[in-house]
Ligand binder design. Structure first.
Ligand code: GDP
Ligand code: ZN
Length: 293
């Protein structure tokens, strides 16, 4: 039996749209035991003359991005994400603890993080009186690239496109920051965006909320999941959580108690680093809030 390879572009119910090595798009079904196949998966599949192509295997995943649905269930969003683009904006003003929550999830995926401040055409909510500039340099110092864009004027989009080239990325961020506007700017041709998938398959049903992988005109792939662009990442255990705060790492393992969770324990190396100004207060507060939630 001839086994071919491909990548899952989207899934709706039991049906998958995959792209083969030549860029051709095909409708497939997955074997029963492969029910957890998701957008972004690299798969093997078997062609069939009757058109009932079957996905027969999932290649080992680099990572799996999950969310928690409103009922508290973990749900897969997409697999094999190289980079998460975290969108924040001048307005609504950034919720920095939420930024930390996303960053920790991105670190757990071992994916790259890029922070994008959108709507730079707008004035800051209260110029001079807020801490945006300070927070931006805090994240830059931690090693997170910080871009400035305006979906309205096109400012900074060239730099964003360059960041996306050659990688599989996904955009996240709270509601109203401009995610759909940025996606429209990055994938301007909506007919191409939705039509190309439907064309080869005679299907359009998936166009609602399913995560879908698109090729960007300037290179790179973008996974968009309209239903969950502002999703909540699953909670992490204290150890993984602390590891997700990159500046904690050099201090981990140096607390008095080996099972220290860096909260109220005496002899905590993380708290000592906060007191010494090596770890910033807002980041430590975010850690505590996430740990206690
Ligand atoms: P989403 O909820 O993150 O997908 O945000 P949307 O893309 O729907 O944008 C929310 C609102 O912000 C809309 O009214 C957009 O027109 C507006 N918006 C998005 N990007 C920009 C921008 O760069 N500048 C300005 N001034 N408005 C923007
Ligand atoms: Zn500690």
């Amino acid at each position: 039996m001839l086994n071919r390879t491909g990548r899952v572009l989207t899934r709706f119910g039991a049906e998958l749209i995959i792209e083969d090595e030549t860029g051709r798009r095909l409708r497939c079904t997955a074997r029963r035991r492969l029910q957890d196949v998701v957008c972004g998966d690299h798969v093997t599949w078997t062609p069939s003359d009757s058109g009932n192509h079957v996905v027969t295997g999932i290649e080992p995943r680099r990572n799996l991005l999950e969310r928690v649905d409103p009922r508290g269930q973990r749900r897969a969003v997409a697999a094999n994400i190289d980079q998460v683009v975290l969108i924040i904006a001048r307005q609504p003003p950034p919720q920095w603890p939420l930024v930390d929550r996303y960053l920790v999830a991105i670190e757990a995926l071992e994916a790259r993080a890029v922070i994008v401040m959108n709507k730079v055409d707008l004035e800051e909510a209260a110029p001079g009186s807020d801490d945006t500039g300070q927070m931006e340099s805090l994240y830059r110092d931690l090693g997170y690239p910080m871009l400035h864009t305006s979906a309205a004027t096109g400012a900074g989009l060239g730099e964003l496109r360059a960041r996306l080239a050659g990688l599989t990325s996904i955009l996240l961020g709270q509601s109203g920051v401009g995610k759909s506007s940025l996606i429209k700017a990055l994938l301007p041709d909506e007919d191409l965006r939705i039509g190309a998938l439907s064309e080869g398959t005679g299907e359009g049903r998936h166009t609602t909320t399913a995560a879908t992988l698109y090729h960007l005109p300037d290179g790179g792939d973008l996974i968009d999941s309209p239903g969950v662009r502002d999703f909540t990442p699953p909670p992490l255990q204290a150890e993984a959580l602390a590891h997700g705060f990159v500046e904690f790492r050099p201090h981990l393992g140096q607390c008095r108690f080996h099972n220290c969770v860096h909260d109220r324990e005496p002899g905590c190396a993380i708290k000592a680093a906060v007191d010494a100004g090596e770890i910033s207060e807002p980041r430590y507060k975010s850690y505590l809030a996430l740990k206690r939630s």
